[in-house]
Design a protein around this ligand. Structure first.
Ligand SMILES: CCCCCCCCCCCCCCCC(=O)SCCNC(=O)CCNC(=O)[C@H](O)C(C)(C)COP(=O)(O)OP(=O)(O)OC[C@H]1O[C@@H](n2cnc3c(N)ncnc32)[C@H](O)[C@@H]1OP(=O)(O)O
Ligand SMILES: O=C(CO)COP(=O)(O)O
Length: 658
């Protein structure tokens, strides 16, 4: 895996605007032009028949029939209806229809859609060699539309895509999506053996036959925070199985990084983080949302990463020979080694998605704004952002900072694009707070302020992966009893473990992550290492303080959770009440001035903190009647709190300055 990571180091690439030609040419001729790439080896009906008649499905159906006593034919009928519900029905005529509509929509929404040219060429080559799996990050409903659009526009086979079942329920739209390549999967499949069997056989048949590139969102849903999510493993396992079983020579995974200047759903996502339910996916809702078409969303970047060969990843790790003894048609029970491999591959792909993402100037500006939560002088804002741009470049970020414009113009146009979040008045820059009708309570005022902060934070989050490892080293140095490499590494490991749901780390890569963090600090001239001891370079003290300040909103949230769970009233609590109760307690702490960061009431961070406490055995989870209940282990909780409290508090001020 290390070898693959090194081979996939980012090199500067040319991006071109997909919309440029569309603005000059005719939309209808683009949609109707000759398109010869879509030549599935079998028709859709034959694909479904292969699944239905597979020995594997026959075997599982017989097993279920024997276990439940139901007649074989009944279980088989059930499997057939699952398959009918699930299967895609890709048709070129619908792709053309969508291409026509999407050209109109994209031209209206985006100033440009920039794609890396070399990435497309690499993808074209990969499609000719082995089954290709497209694995994009997921930030918006636009993601899957734009990817199929690019594939169609550049004569590449349009993918079939794993879609959550709620989209199927949208009248008319669900059917259009199905005919454009969507296959629908239920969520929380749990232990439904028949469903898993049909889905996995369906996915494997697509991969095995090379029906079309298969696309799935390994994060499983749109990230509400625009930060990468921990990958789901089910679909990854299914697409890799034909390789494990030796049914295909190799499989190519293509990580895709989609980065937005401005996300269409920005406000809805921030509200969801504050407990407002997601609007259900209906055609009516979609029509109502057409107001979004009136706004400008700037530029988006689509970076097709280097294709990753699964065969290469498996070299020296997996002995495929052992599976040759098991008939291919029988279910494959994954060994612990294979399960670990699936998890590692999924994390690697998300890591590569992060590496390929393109930072907008606004991401950097958002980072500065959040570290200076009160208003900020415009000139100081510019200076700080430019220094941050240098730091981000030193740490290897791809930044889209238009060279043909002055820095002032770049930042002013970013401010204009994000007028809903930020404004400048009398030379001072500050976050916008939405006005609402009537008088509001103090608590409501906190929620209003929090929604602006969370919207701004989501853009900062798009840049976080660049800083995470050096920031963890910086924070670990502030916590450690000495600056010996061992002590700092010990604290680094503790923080990485605690924040493992917050940031993406490849399992078992702690040492490499630590080294990467140190070498990042060395590269930006902030650190020196001598005789196994780290020391901060005097003039770069500010940089180190700034970097550890990036983690501050997360660490502060975990501190709040530890504090609240340390109270008598929280010895046991239900899953359902956890977020609302901690949020209510935190709002009080914000009002009393004990907590500074409005990010502490984000449901995402609160849930991540709870998962970390369960993982670290400070809380245990059990089913009580129809509820999930948690019990706190006060001793472990206290130990975590003490380790964390000896951390940043004394050496790093709450809101450090760059
Ligand atoms: C020209 C223009 C054309 C335009 C053309 C338009 C195209 C128009 C197309 C529309 C297209 C729409 C596209 C929408 C985009 C979505 O809708 S994204 C949402 C749908 N996609 C996905 O979710 C894919 C990723 N999800 C997965 O892989 C999930 O695993 C599955 C398969 C859905 C199953 O989910 P689940 O039942 O919730 O199970 P999951 O949480 O994964 O696992 C349960 C447990 O088993 C564990 N587990 C599972 N597998 C493993 C393993 N291998 N090893 C160890 N543990 C495992 C998990 O860790 C988990 O443990 P806990 O965390 O609970 O402790
Ligand atoms: O991912 C989805 C479709 O894009 C649906 O899930 P979410 O709405 O939870 O992101």
């Amino acid at each position: 895996m290390d070898r693959v990571l090194r081979a996939h180091a980012l090199k500067p690439e040319n991006f071109f605007d997909v919309l440029e030609e569309r603005r000059r040419g005719s939309d209808i001729s683009h949609a109707l032009r000759t398109f010869s790439a879509q030549v599935p080896p079998v028709p859709v009906s034959a694909l479904n028949r292969m699944v239905q008649e597979s020995q594997y499905l026959h075997y599982v159906i017989s097993e279920i029939a024997a276990e439940t006593g139901e007649p074989y034919e009944c279980v088989k009928d059930e499997a057939t209806s699952i398959l009918e519900e699930m299967s895609q029905n890709l048709q070129l005529s619908f792709i053309r229809l969508m291409a026509f509509a999407l050209t109109k929509v994209f031209k209206r929404l985006f100033s440009s859609i920039r794609v890396n040219e070399d990435g497309l060429a690499r993808l074209q080559q990969a499609i000719q060699e082995h089954p290709v799996i497209l694995v994009p990050n997921h930030r918006s409903y636009i993601d899957f539309l734009v990817l199929s659009y690019i594939m169609f526009t550049y004569d590449l086979s349009v993918p079939v895509i794993a879609a959550g079942i709620p989209l199927m329920g949208m009248s008319l739209v669900g059917e259009v999506l199905r005919r454009s390549g969507a296959f629908f999967i239920r969520r929380a499949i749990g232990s439904d053996k028949l469903y898993w069997a049909v889905l996995s056989e369906y996915v494997r048949t697509i991969v095995r036959t090379g029906f079309a590139p298969l696309e799935f969102f390994v994060e499983g849903l749109r990230s509400r925070t625009l930060k990468s999510l921990k990958p789901k493993l089910g679909m990854m396992q299914m697409v890799l199985e034909p390789f494990f079983k030796g049914e295909v020579y190799d499989i190519t995974l293509v990580p895709i990084s989609i980065s937005y200047d401005r996300v269409l759903e920005e406000s809805l996502l921030a509200h969801e983080l504050l407990g407002v339910p997601k609007p259900s996916e209906t055609t009516r809702g979609l029509l109502k949302a057409r107001r979004v078409l009136e706004e400008n969303y700037g530029c988006m970047h689509v970076y097709f990463g280097n294709p990753v060969s699964v065969r290469e990843l498996a070299e020296g790790r997996i002995q495929r020979g052992q599976y040759n003894l098991i008939p291919r048609d029988l279910p494959l029970k994954l060994s612990a080694n294979l399960q670990e491999f699936v998890g590692d591959v999924a994390h690697l792909v998300v890591h590569l998605q992060e590496r390929g993402s393109v930072l907008s100037p606004w991401s950097l500006m958002a980072l500065i704004l959040l570290q200076n939560p009160d208003d900020l002088d415009w000139n100081v804002f510019i200076q700080k952002t430019l220094r941050l741009r240098t730091l981000a470049s030193q740490l290897g970020a791809q930044i889209d900072w238009p060279a043909q414009l002055s820095d002032l113009e770049v930042m002013s146009s970013s401010m204009a694009l994000h007028h809903a979040v930020v404004q400048s008045e009398n030379g001072r820059v500050r976050l916008v707070e939405k006005e609402g009708p009537g008088p509001i309570t103090q608590e409501e005022a906190v929620l209003r302020r929090a929604s602006s902060v969370l919207m701004c934070a989501s853009y900062r989050n798009q840049a976080l992966h660049v800083f995470t490892r050096p920031a963890l080293v910086a924070a670990a140095m502030a916590m450690a009893p000495s600056h010996s490499k061992e002590d700092v590494f010990g604290r680094f490991r503790f923080l990485q473990d605690l924040l493992a749901n917050e940031f993406i780390f490849i399992p078992g890569h702690t040492v490499q992550d630590f080294e990467e963090g140190c070498s990042g600090l060395l590269r930006c001239g902030a650190l020196s290492i001598q005789d196994h001891a780290l020391s901060v370079i005097g003039e770069a003290q500010d940089t180190v303080v700034f970097l550890s300040g990036i983690l501050k909103p997360f660490i502060e949230t975990y501190q709040v959770v530890l504090e609240v769970l340390g109270k008598e009233t929280f010895q046991t609590f239900t899953e359902k009440r956890f977020v609302p109760d901690i949020r209510a307690a935190t709002v009080k702490l914000i009002l009393s001035g004990e907590v500074r960061s409005y990010e502490c009431i984000s449901s995402d961070t609160l849930k991540n903190a709870l998962s970390a406490l369960v993982r670290m055995e400070a809380a245990s989870k059990c089913q009580v009647a129809d509820q999930i209940e948690y019990r706190v282990n006060q001793n472990v909780l206290r130990r975590i709190r003490d380790t964390l409290d000896g951390s940043v508090a004394s050496e790093v001020p709450l809101y450090s300055r760059l």
